[in-house]
Design a protein around this ligand. Structure first.
Ligand SMILES: [Zn+2]
Ligand SMILES: [Zn+2]
Length: 447
């Protein structure tokens, strides 16, 4: 349902006294008239031309009465439905129509001069042309700054998260994931290997392969137990290009959906069929939502964001279908607490951090990262992209011994690698011509 009171709103002085004074609690008093209703949100045009959107559900009392009357009035005027899909389209249409009419009158004016028509006729044509020109300028004036009002609920305190609630989400993945907690954080220790296969399906590969990580002890993942709503949620489009934004319940970190070049990792083929790949430290991580975990996790959270809020899969915790998501990629749950959802489209997991996070002061945006953060421990120099390679298979061929198979134009290549108990790693690289290169590294834990 899309309802529009008037496409382009500018208050005249005479209208100011009739503006609605809203009772919605926020820092400054909101004054302005109802503009439209869309997607269960009402849009209000403020006195300075700013547009505010408010969830319809939080509107109460006199405000609700006024909104309902307006919706009914517009429904009646419009015969229920309004044909437009976007306010922006209205603006463009009105701009184009008025500029066309303006040119039309201008041309008639020029013709009438040639025909030597009376002066007042020519003046009238010019005035018409000027009027529609002015109208088109007003129509294209950009004043649609959308500000989402922070509903009152975001100004309230959030109860301390129960560690046993978080622990229940990690339970199905133990003992390869282990957990503990103190009064501030829930800690997750893991070697960074998931409970499913990896790598298969990657078509845009940097030649990295997964090796175990030391996400243990003081380098464990940390989920804050006392989330606090951020006054301005930090967008993952312009932040957190470094480090993880969430930790999946199988112990795999979830990174920003955009890679460090700002590209959608999933869309450009960098990810395997589970939504993951390896970074420069041969560290396996997701960039998409690991929705495959729903098969094991059921309706429990599939991850926790590093602001402390849970990430659910494609359903609500009670099994009902997912409610509408906001720009952070979540909403307030029926328990009154915010949560995110994983989806199959961008931004997949977190659109913006609904909760406050601490940012590593040494990292400037967008290459900033949340603290505390667990770190991968690199082993070999960074590898380069292998053009046209498609990863077709990945197998554990023995204890600490793996074989990755890829093809380039129907020719097969391999990366075979293994390590011993003294942390000596061997990589045997067989390219598609059959040439073999063997590399050896000794690994020292760096984190
Ligand atoms: Zn990555
Ligand atoms: Zn939900």
């Amino acid at each position: 349902m899309y309802l529009l009171a008037h496409p382009i709103g500018h208050y005249k002085l005479s209208e100011i006294s009739s503006l609605h004074h809203w009772n919605i609690q926020r820092q400054d008093k909101l004054i302005g008239n109802f503009m439209m209703f869309n997607n269960n949100k009402i849009f209000i045009e403020g006195i300075d031309g700013k547009i505010f959107q408010i969830p319809y559900d939080i509107v109460q009392g006199n405000d609700k009465k006024y909104v309902d009357e307006e919706i009914n009035r517009i429904n009646t005027l419009n015969g229920i439905a309004s044909p437009s899909s976007q306010n922006f389209h209205f603006q463009v249409a009105i701009f184009l129509i008025s500029i066309t009419i303006s040119i039309f009158f201008l041309l008639i004016g020029i013709k009438s001069k040639k025909r030597n028509e009376p002066v007042f006729t020519r003046i009238a044509y010019s005035l018409f042309a000027l009027f529609f020109l002015a109208f088109s300028i007003v129509a294209c004036k950009k004043n649609k700054i959308i500000e989402t009002i922070i509903p009152d609920i975001y100004n309230q305190g959030i109860p301390h998260t129960s560690p046993t609630f978080i622990d229940s989400a990690f339970e199905p993945y133990k003992p390869s994931v282990s957990t503990n907690w103190d009064s501030n954080y829930f800690h997750v220790a893991t070697n960074g290997f998931p409970n499913h296969n990896m790598m298969i399906g990657i078509t845009n590969w940097q030649q990295q392969v997964p090796i175990p990580q030391y996400y243990i002890d003081t380098n464990s993942w940390s989920i804050p137990l006392q989330p606090v709503y951020a006054s301005i949620p930090l967008s993952t489009r312009t932040n957190f290009m470094k480090g993880a934004v969430a930790i999946a319940v199988n112990g795999i970190p979830i990174f920003n959906a955009l890679n460090n070049r700002g590209e959608d990792s999933y869309a450009i083929g960098e990810l395997d069929q589970w939504g993951g790949h390896c970074g420069k430290a041969d560290d396996y991580h997701y960039h998409a939502a690991p929705l495959q975990l729903e098969a094991t996790s059921g309706l429990k959270p599939i991850a926790f964001a590093l602001d402390g809020f849970a990430v659910y899969g494609s359903r609500e915790p009670d099994g009902s279908s997912m409610n509408t998501l906001d720009t952070c990629h979540g909403h307030i749950g029926s328990n009154g607490i915010y949560h995110y959802h994983g989806t199959t489209t961008y931004p997949y997991v977190v659109g913006a951090m609904r909760g406050k996070v601490t940012i590593d002061p040494t990292t400037p945006a967008p290459e900033n990262q949340i603290l505390p953060q667990a770190f991968a421990s690199s082993l070999r120099p960074a590898t380069s992209p292998l053009r046209e390679a498609v990863i077709t298979d990945f197998n554990m061929t023995g204890p600490n011994h793996y074989l990755l198979t890829y093809t380039i134009r129907n020719k097969t290549g391999y990366v075979e690698y293994y390590w011993d108990n003294l942390n000596n790693y061997t990589y045997k690289l067989t390219d598609t011509s059959g040439a073999v290169v063997t590399q050896q590294y000794h690994r020292t834990r760096k984190h």
